[in-house]
Design a protein around this ligand. Structure first.
Ligand SMILES: *Cc1c(COP(=O)(O)O)cnc(C)c1O
Length: 379
């Protein structure tokens, strides 16, 4: 039987950069710069430059970045933050950390991101922030989101945890909102060798506030101007990310090459493939098709030696942890249908043409497509 094609292959990426990584880690170990330090600072500068923003504040996870972004904007108990229920739980957790209440708006079924036309109806006098998620690596439709935010005097925070180097209308994500947040969880498009994240902004004050908050609220040593957190990035993670940063463009192109190859096979076969919206440069953190009878499809692919994932099987408004919000099945039909149908295929730069062809033909042979935008009668 042919080799298994893993959903993710971090070892393959490591083989290509091993000596650079070892040298960078040695620099940290030789100088004991374990927390923040010069490697983290250099990475912050490179990451900010790559996204055409003035500041990047490196922290210990994407969730911490989201938390600090909301705090820097003054979000707290009694406030509401509008976001999508079709996201990883961390988006909503970060809102909860501030004491604010998450308020959901359904997705557009073609893009899987926040439907801008539904935001206005969810705004109340308590709304402070709109937090779109650039899900799977495709930017949310930012122009109408920014327009509604402006009309109502709201801030926008981009959850760009899955969208490093993604573009909206030719411009990198990261500066559409007041602050944008990225994750460097190992499996993300830019992954550390442990936890990591960053908040980016063009605003000097937000950057200064987040820098203080990540380090116990210190504005100088042992002077605590605000109640802060231990959210600093490790020196070793900064070193790893600094090595990886110059490769990110090529790795992203590699993901797009795989997506293009899938498209070539899937379009004529009628597979319900993800749509790259006309405004977007998708970076394919996740390549999710829609299938009928997903459990059977996933089993058949597993038998063909192809690992898949599901991002995400339960929308956040139906998660037990957030039952207190009082949402019910049927509240967000597009998110619920997506959660039932999506199936994520392997997508990374190290996949060979032969592996891509194997995945594509197995998908065509073993899955039954469904079409986006057709909400089930029982939905
Ligand atoms: C990964 C992720 C986060 C959280 O990032 P961590 O680094 O794991 O804390 C937040 N939002 C989305 C959409 C994510 O995919």
């Amino acid at each position: 039987m042919a080799d298994v094609i893993p959903y993710l292959d971090l070892a393959a990426q490591y083989r290509g950069i091993k000596s650079e990584i070892r040298a960078a880690m040695d620099r940290v170990l030789d100088t004991n710069a374990y927390i923040l330090g010069p490697e983290v600072k250099a990475f912050e500068e490179a990451f900010a430059a790559a996204h055409d923003v003035r500041h990047a504040v490196a922290v210990n996870s994407g969730t911490s970045a989201l938390h600090l972004a909301l705090l820097a904007l003054g979000v707290g108990p009694g406030d509401e933050v509008i976001t999508t229920p079709f996201t990883f739980i961390a988006t909503v957790a970060a809102i909860g950390y501030t004491g604010a209440t998450p308020v959901f708006v359904d997705i557009d079924p073609e893009s899987f991101t926040l439907d801008p036309s539904k935001i206005e109806a969810a705004i109340t006098p308590k709304t402070k922030v709109i937090m779109p998620v650039h899900l799977y690596g495709q930017p949310a439709d930012m122009d109408p989101i920014l327009a509604v935010a402006k009309r109502h005097g709201l801030h926008v925070v981009e959850d760009a945890a899955q969208a490093h180097l993604a573009e909206y209308k030719g411009r990198k994500v990261g500066s559409f909102g007041a602050i944008a947040c990225f994750s460097f969880y190992p499996g993300k498009n830019l992954g550390a060798y442990g936890e990591g994240g960053a908040a980016v902004t063009n605003d000097d004050r937000y950057a200064a506030t987040m820098r203080a908050l990540r380090d116990w609220g210190q504005t100088e040593r042992y002077r605590h101007a605000m109640k802060g957190y231990n959210y600093r990035m490790d020196g070793l993670q900064g070193a790893v990310l600094g090595v990886k940063m110059p490769h990110l463009d090529a790795w992203t192109e590699g993901r797009r090459r795989v997506a293009a190859a899938y498209r070539e096979q899937f379009e004529p076969a009628g597979v319900a493939l993800p749509k790259e919206m006309p405004y977007a440069r998708h970076v394919y953190h996740v390549y999710a098709i829609r299938v009928a009878d997903r459990a059977a499809a996933q089993r058949a692919l597993q038998e063909a030696g192809i690992q898949t994932g599901i991002h995400y099987p339960i929308p956040v408004h139906l998660q037990e942890a957030w039952a207190e919000l009082g949402y019910r099945r049927g509240d967000f039909p597009h998110a619920e249908q997506a959660a039932d149908e999506v199936l994520s295929l392997p997508i990374y730069a190290e996949l060979t043409d032969e592996q891509v062809a194997r995945v594509a033909s197995a998908v065509v042979a073993h899955t039954t497509p469904v079409r986006p935008g057709q909400v089930r009668a029982d939905g």
